[in-house]
Design a protein around this ligand. Structure first.
Ligand SMILES: [Fe+2]
Length: 258
C-alpha cells in the first residue's frame, strides 16, 4: 500500500511528514519539530493522529511531540536505543522491524552515523530519511564514524529499490548539489538537477522527494566507488586512498567546511 505523504515545512529548513492511507483519516506524523503547526495541519485536513515516528532525538525533529501528546493520546515510536532521549517515546523499535500504523506498513532501518540511534522508515516506496540521507548530501557525523555512516548508506539504504522516493528532513538540496558539482564537475544529470532544485526553491516549493535512482546518479556521497569521484577527491586531498570509505570520509570533511 502506497501512502499519501504530505510535506510540512517547519522552522527555517526542516520538513515534517504526514502519512495517511489513501482515502483514510488516520495520520502518522514523522519528526514533528513544531507541534502547533502539525496540529493545525491535522485539524485542517480532518485527520486523526494515530502515531508519531521520530527518526532521531535532535530538537528540530522532536520538539513538537509533547504538544501533540497533550492534545490526543498517541503512540510515540523511535529506535529502541533512543527512547530515553525522544520526548514521550513509549515504543522502541528494532532494526528491520516491521510495524503497522494507521493501516500502513513501516519497515524500520537502524542507520547509525548522524546519531547513534537514528532510524529511517520505509513505507511503500517512501523512505523517511531523517538526517541520514539528504538530496545531494548526507547528515553530519555527530555520533558516528565514517564507517558507520557509509555502512548505513551503502549496506542499508542503497539496497532499497531505485524507485524509492527519498523524503529528506531538511531543505538543503541546492547547497548540497552545488557542493557535489564543485567536485563531480562533469556530471550532466547533477547539473540538471541542481538547476531544477534552484527553480523549485525560487518558487518556495520543496525539492523533496527525489528518487533513489536520481540520488545514485547525483549525490556524491553515494558515488564514492565511481572512478571519476575517487580521482576528483584525490586531486583535492592527495592522502585519500581509493577505498570508498576513505573517499566518503574525505567528502564529509570537505562538506563540513563548504
Ligand atoms: Fe539531526
Amino acid at each position: 500500500m502506497e501512502p499519501v505523504v504530505e510535506i510540512l515545512p517547519v522552522f527555517e529548513d526542516n520538513y515534517s511528514f504526514v502519512l495517511t492511507r489513501p482515502g483514510q483519516d488516520r495520520a502518522i506524523v514523522v519528526d514533528p519539530g513544531d507541534g502547533e503547526k502539525v496540529w493545525a495541519f491535522l485539524e485542517a485536513k480532518g485527520y486523526r493522529l494515530e502515531a508519531v515516528l521520530a527518526t532521531h532525538h535532535h530538537f528540530d525533529h522532536v520538539a513538537g511531540i509533547e504538544y501533540l501528546c497533550d492534545r490526543t493520546p498517541v503512540d510515540v515510536l523511535c529506535y529502541k536505543g533512543d527512547m530515553h532521549r525522544v520526548p514521550g517515546a513509549n515504543r522502541g523499535l528494532g532494526d528491520e522491524e516491521e510495524i503497522e500504523l494507521g493501516g500502513l506498513c513501516f519497515r524500520v532501518l537502524h542507520v547509525p552515523g548522524h546519531t547513534s540511534g537514528h532510524a529511517v522508515y520505509v513505507c511503500g516506496n517512501a523512505l523517511l530519511a531523517g538526517d541520514t540521507l539528504f538530496l545531494g548530501g548526507c547528515g553530519r557525523l555527530f555520533e558516528g564514524t565514517p564507517e558507520q555512516m557509509f555502512s548505513s548508506l551503502y549496506d542499508k539504504i542503497l539496497t532499497l529499490p531505485e524507485e524509492t522516493r527519498v523524503f529528506a528532513a531538511h531543505e538543503y538540496t541546492v547547497r548540497n548539489r552545488s557542493f557535489c558539482l564543485s567536485i563531480d564537475a562533469e556530471n550532466v544529470l547533477l547539473r540538471e538537477k541542481l538547476e531544477e532544485s534552484k527553480r523549485l526553491c525560487e518558487k518556495g516549493l520543496p525539492t523533496v522527494p527525489a528518487s533513489l535512482k536520481t540520488e545514485k546518479g547525483t549525490n556524491i556521497f553515494l558515488r564514492c566507488s565511481e572512478p571519476e569521484v575517487i580521482r576528483a577527491v584525490q586531486a583535492r586531498e592527495p592522502d585519500t586512498s581509493e577505498d570508498p570509505v576513505s573517499v566518503f570520509a574525505a567528502l564529509r570533511a570537505m562538506r563540513d567546511t563548504y
